[in-house]
Write a protein that binds this ligand. Structure first.
Ligand SMILES: C[S@@+](CC[C@H](N)C(=O)[O-])C[C@H]1O[C@@H](n2cnc3c(N)ncnc32)[C@H](O)[C@@H]1O
Length: 310
């Protein structure tokens, strides 16, 4: 069994290097390259079949706790709602989900908390799929929109929520400004993102630079902020009404990287039924997932959560 695992991991590294050599990397070029990556990740159904309707990490209260990966993702949403104080908003409050994926969080915010939610994503295919998956369409709607150019008036929302969209965005200051601009004074902002260690405090060594480059080019990321850097972006915004609180949730989320690989073995039919192309695509993701796991365990990457008031 151990040898089979080692062979799969070696094959996956070879496969990723070959794909890169054939210039099939998913390097960030513009907002359009993010849109087309997510269009293709949505259409092939691999992500959805394997990891469900939430494209984010799960929440594990304790290390190595046994919990279904999909349940951990739902728990993550509830934990973030509680931590941010979003649950203090009354039913019917207007909430914007920035970079909503196929609407996993939006549907919980609408169905469980009774909010009136709009989810936006740069990917047309994700919005199509989000609409297909949503029953309660009156209070949970989706639109294709760029997070850097939100088509809403100043102060339109009581809450703004964004999970794991920031790493795909080059201009972090405009990202922060736009979310705070559309938030009403006193409204709740909550962001959860993958962040890099603050390189000003501890520069990256050569090996870390190599790993970081892989984490960027494999999944269409232009750059990662540090927790300190994005906090600064929020505080620098002229729309920021109060202080910004942050926390490092790496210890609660790191188990997700292992789980995302185990899911392939727990639910083999979710990949096999999609055919050979999807099996190869799934294998190609293994090295990036392992590098993410390594980076988060070494403090090179950190899972940052941010909350503020408009
Ligand atoms: C890792 S997924 C997270 C999806 C969702 N928040 C979830 O937790 O299931 C990143 C999301 O950010 C979106 N995104 C990236 N850049 C964007 C941009 N400039 N404008 C709007 N959405 C963007 C992607 O389309 C995708 O839906």
């Amino acid at each position: 069994m151990q040898w089979i695992l080692i062979c799969i991991i070696c094959a996956s590294f070879l496969f990723t290097l070959t794909a890169q050599w054939l210039r099939k990397s998913r390097k960030y070029e513009s907002v359009n390259s993010v849109a087309s990556s997510y269009d293709s990740w949505t259409n092939d159904r691999l992500l959805e079949n394997l990891w469900g309707e939430h494209i984010h990490l799960g929440f594990y209260e304790k290390p190595r706790i046994k919990k279904d990966f999909r349940k951990a993702k739902v728990d993550f949403v509830h934990e973030l709602v509680r931590w941010s104080g979003l649950n203090k908003l009354p039913k019917g409050s207007r909430v914007l989900d920035v970079g909503c994926g196929i609407g996993g969080s939006s549907r919980i915010l609408s169905d469980y908390y009774g909010f009136d939610v709009i989810g936006i994503s740069i990917s047309q295919e994700q919005i199509k799929r989000a609409n297909e998956l949503t029953v309660n369409k009156g209070f949970c709607r989706f639109e294709v929109m760029n997070a850097l150019d939100l088509k809403f008036e100043k102060g339109s929302f009581d809450g703004v929520w964004s999970v794991e969209a920031g790493p795909h965005i080059f201009d972090k200051q405009t990202f922060a400004d736009e979310m705070l601009r559309v938030l009403r004074p006193g409204g709740v902002l909550v962001v959860a993102d993958w962040n890099q260690r603050d390189a000003k405090k501890q520069p990256l060594n050569l090996f870390e630079k190599f790993i970081m480059n892989q984490l960027l080019i494999q999944w269409t990321h232009p750059k990662f902020s540090s927790i300190e850097g994005f906090k600064e972006n929020l505080l620098n915004s002229s729309y920021c009404g109060s202080s910004v609180e942050t926390s490092n949730w790496t210890k609660y989320t790191i188990q997700s990287w292992n789980e995302s690989i185990y899911e392939g073995f727990r639910r083999p039919s979710s990949i096999l039924k999609l055919g050979m192309g999807s099996i190869l695509k799934a294998v190609r993701e293994i090295p990036t997932i392992l590098m993410m796991r390594w980076s988060f365990s070494r403090g090179l990457m950190k899972f940052g959560v941010f909350k503020s008031r408009g």
